[in-house]
Structures are given as C-alpha cells and as structure tokens.
Design a protein. Sequence first.
Length: 477
Amino acid sequence: MSFRINTNIAAQDTLRNLSATGDQFSQSINRLSTGLRINSAADDPAGLIISENFKAQLSGITQALQNNQNATNYAKTAEGALGEVNKLLDDARTLAVASANGATLDANSIQANQQQLTSIIASIDRIATSTSFGNKKLLDGSSGVSASVSNGSKFSSLQFTGQFNGAAITTNSAVTVSVTTAATKASVASQTFAFATTTVSAGSFTLNGVSFSTTAADTVNTVLQKINAAQGQTGVSASYTAGGQISLTQQNYGSANAVNLADANGVLLAAAGSATGSGTDAVASVIINNGTGLVTVAFTGGKFGNSALKLSDADGNAVSLTEGGNAVASSQAGSLVAGSASFQIGGNAGQTTTLSLGNFGTTNLGLGAVAGTSLNSIDITTTTGATNALKVIDQAISDVSRGRGTIGNFQRNVLESNIRSLGIAQENVSASESSITDVDVAQEMTNFTKLQILQQSGLSVLAQANSQPSAVLKLLG
C-alpha cells in the first residue's frame, strides 16, 4: 500500500462510478416523469427507428379510420335519399294502379292522379340533383368523376371535380387539350462579350434580390459560375455562347417567375441600369362530353401555386402539362369515368376502393321496360298509358333498389369490415409501439431504487476516499 497526497486514485475511481450512477439516476427520473423508455435517439437508436415507423403507421391507420367513417356517412346520405325515392315510387305505382281502373274514374280524377304523378317525378329529380355530401353531388351522375392520363409524354395529371362549364359531368368521355398559348420562361440578355475569358467591369449587380460582386480580374466564366452557384436563391441560371451575350433564364415557367437585374456599374449591361424579363402562363382549350355533347372550356395556368404548366378552370378542374406538352398543339390527354367515387380506406398507398352511384334522375329510371319511355315521360291518363306506366315504375323501383343494395353492400362488406380490421391493426401496432417506447414503471422503479442506494453509498464512500490521504499525517507526527 502506498501513501500519496497529490493523487487520490481511490477518490477518482469512486467519483467516476458516482458520476456514472448519477447519469443513470437522471435517466431513470426522466423515464419515470415522461412514462417513456426512449426520450431521445441516444436512449435506443434502433428502437427509435422501429418506433417511429410504427408511429407513422399508427397515424395512417387513425386517419384511415376517419376516412372510413366519412365514407360510411357518404354512403348513408346517398342510401337515405334513395330510400325516399323508393317511397315516392311506391306512391307513383299506387296512382298508376288506380288510373288503370278507368271504368270507375272520371276524367277529373284521372287528371288529378296525373298531376300528383308529375309532382312525384319533380320531387325525384329534385332529390337526384340536390342530394350532396358537403359540396359533392351524389345522385346526379357526377359523383366521383375519375380521370386518367393516356398521354404521359405531354400530360402529368388530370383532375376533375364532377362539374364542367357549370354543369355536372355525367358521361364517360375522352379529354382533348388544345394548347393555344405555350408557357415561357423569363429571360434577360447581357451585353455582347467576345470570349468566355473576356474580363468584366469591377463592381456589383443584383439579380432577383441577390447581390454579386466582381473585380477587374473576373471573366465571363467566373461570373457565370457565381450566378449558377446561387440558383437556389435567385431561381435564375446563366449561359453563354462564344461571341454572344450572357443569357439569364428563370428556371420556372410563367408570369409569376421573373428575372430582375439591377446593374449600377455596367457589369453585365452595356451601361449602368436595369433590365426585367417575365414569362407567360400556358392557356389551353379543354374539350369533353359532359352529357350534353362536346363542350369546350378555356383553362389558364398560374393559378395553382403560380404554376404556369398546371392549367385550371372556374370549376376547379386542372390539367398539368409536361415540358413536352408545352407547345401549341391539340392532342388527347386521357379519359374521364363518371360516377365512380374513390375512397382511401387504408393507411398505406394503394389501399383504396370505389363506389359507383350513377344518375338517378327520372330520365335514367325505368329504361327498357317500355320502348322509348322513361319514368320522366309516363302518362297515366289512359288505360294503356297506366299499364305501361306500371311497367316503367316497376323497372324504376328495381333500378333504385339495386342502387341501394350496392350502397348497402359497400357499407357492410367493405367499410364496416374494414373498420373492424383497422381497429384490430391499430390495437396491435399500438401494443408493439408501446412495448418499445413506453417504460415499465415497476421495473424502472426497481432500477430507480437501486440507483438511489448506489448514489447514497457512493457519496459515503467518496467521503471516506477523500479522507484517506489524511493518514499521511500520522507518518509526519
């Protein structure tokens, strides 16, 4: 055993262990106070990665459950409206049966039946055109219009709301786009420089609010490098052709993206001054059949986030051009399918389903029962007309009942089943995420008590270790 005064190894060792215990004690307090085992990435890097993936999945499942509930409400709204249509059709059938008994009814009674039938038909049309979920019409044939791109080299996306030129889209149709004005990029040209190695004037200039400085040693090449290095700030790129001008070009199309050059020292311009360039937005005519024949509507760019290549109309429909499609020309962009509403019912990409509702207006009900006759055109003022009306009404009842059955099947066998599956998935993913991130309080309290005792004993031992060098005084006495 050696006796030293300046270096107390025992105290240093005790202090190191006590510091480690203190760190673990603080971590234990943190876990108990938050209820989490992982409070930072350093606590468990691998566990953090896994738990964050679980959390992302949980948030998707939670929103998917909300989506399913919204879809259920959507379906209930449509089915409830069709239930009322069924009641009206039952009343209409009663009137047709009554009018078919012409031997006992006078002309006034038959005419009264026809008037009531006309009122029923008007009510059915009102339900078909006015039933909506939010701003989405459900029963007029425009519900869930889906658009697909067939010409990917010229068009990146098609988005249609169900309304076109102020009317509902009720017919499957091709989408033809005729670009009448191509979008352009803003540009500004400098003075002429003989070579890329030609020196420029010393001074400074500002490009889209960003300042650049030059010296007498700077050449065209070095100026190009400075401008292109700042593209992320200015949105402008520079290019040069031998014996020509420096071209300053906006990276983005459209009138919202300009090139503003302020050159007080005549570095790029032939004399001190400024220059501004602006682009143009694309304009196109979009042609579809919205149920009344081919209709053309003007679409203009620059409305969606100032994107000159995403063109839109007053109804919120949009056509996105690619750079390849940004030219004055006419071409088919894709197609529309009316009446198929799409729902995101899962927490991951591709977990979708659709519901086709169709058009339940009276001109589309009862077709096929009597040649050339729909529910809208039945007449019960004659015995023959009443007999034909019964056939048409029976077919209309079948049409509406099938529609309600489709909705009921969608609600019960798709949505409700999916909600139960998502609930189970949410429960199990939550359990897995909890097992990784949540603290086991009983276990942590045991660890906390151990660390508390270790900290107290460490302090006691440190006091004894610090007093050990005092034993040397006995040798000096």
